[in-house]
Design a protein around this ligand. Structure first.
Ligand code: F2R
Ligand code: MG
Ligand code: MG
Length: 299
């Protein structure tokens, strides 16, 4: 398997912790002063949401099958589904249908006839980038089909590709500029091409939170959150707490932007880059660590 076990554990823990740290702020902000004190007044237990529950399903399926099996992954999503985790309305409906035996490729356009372009596919996609890091053609194919299980719109699929391809680039040791160049070569929609150009421009100089929101967005839509997470990761880099602080300060869909940026930062920083006092408080942290190791060995 390409990459180190530490980058796999860092990625999954980074995703789950980002989700749990961002969740209390979801739908609010942007924030300034509150974020400064975030890590000084952490709750004793950090509880994750739908973002992590679905990413666990992706990783479990890849590890169990030793590869990608869409039917198996769809079943994992439906079996893991806990409505108390705060799922998006479209995904709740699609997973309910899959649970009742409707094939995923019939359920995925039942709510939105053109498919959902919510960020529910991008938020869970990072394990695909770990598993298929070296095979970019297969990475894209699997990212798109795995997204389609619940999110069949091109914008949802390309939002997921932004995250999986970036994870793959990190595993392959690519620089941020190289990752952006590779993405420009594989992304096809004008929407995301414009966002990649905006990320490049924003990274050239300090940018205010308002400018980041205006240029990249912070909503539940894939095209208004996956690029924001990629930008936040490229600003924060291997400083995991700083990356999460930046994502929370942007406000809006904070659990999801933190989960996506956290997965990237964690993959780059490795297990050693995630503060142990955060891991200790994370719900199911042992299970998530074991799963990351299983995924690493399954490749
Ligand atoms: N659901 C939430 N947060 C609210 C509840 C949290 C609260 N704390 C609680 O515990 O109850 N967060 C999670 O949902 C987002 C991911 O959503 P997903 O899976 O993409 O859902 P959905 O419904 O498919 O899409 C989201 C919305 O986007 C709009 N939309 C999508 N496709 C559309 C289309 N084709 N046409 C028009 N609108 C479309 C709709 O408004 C969808 O409902 C994450 O934030 C996750 O954390
Ligand atoms: Mg969530
Ligand atoms: Mg969210």
């Amino acid at each position: 398997m390409t990459g180190s076990e530490s980058s796999f554990t860092g990625c999954l823990l980074g995703l789950a912790l980002g989700d749990a740290l961002g969740a209390p702020f979801e739908g609010h902000g942007p924030f300034a002063a509150e974020v400064e004190t975030l890590f000084n007044r952490l709750p004793p237990a950090l509880r994750y949401t739908d973002d992590t529950e679905m990413a666990i399903g992706v990783a479990e399926s890849l590890a169990a099958k030793g590869g990608f099996d869409a039917e198996h992954m769809a079943r994992r999503f439906a079996e893991n589904f806990n409505p108390a985790r705060g799922y998006g309305p479209g995904t709740i409906a699609v997973l309910g249908m899959i649970k009742r035996g409707v094939p995923w490729h019939a359920a995925n356009r039942a709510v939105f006839p053109e498919g959902s372009f919510g960020n529910g596919a991008a938020m869970r996609a990072a394990p695909i980038g770990l598993f298929f890091a070296e095979d970019l053609e297969r990475l894209k194919e699997v990212t798109f089909i795995a997204s389609s299980i619940t999110h069949d719109h091109a914008l949802a699929k390309e939002g997921a590709l932004l995250i999986t391809h970036a994870v793959s680039g990190i595993i392959r040791g690519r620089s941020n500029n190289e990752i952006l160049d590779e993405l420009s070569g594989t992304i096809e929609t004008e929407e995301y091409r414009g966002k990649l150009d905006a990320i490049r421009e924003l990274l050239k100089a300090p940018a205010s939170t308002e400018t980041v929101i205006e240029r990249l967005g912070h909503s539940v839509l894939a095209q208004e959150s996956a690029p924001t997470a990629l930008y936040a990761y490229m600003r924060g880099g291997t400083d995991y707490p700083e990356t999460v602080r930046l994502c929370i300060s942007i406000g809006g869909d904070t659990d999801t932007i933190c989960a996506m940026a956290g997965a990237l930062s964690g993959a780059r920083a490795g297990f050693e880059g995630i503060p142990p006092e955060l891991i200790e408080r994370l719900e199911d942290s042992d299970r998530i660590l074991d799963l990351a190791s299983e995924l690493y060995r399954a490749g």
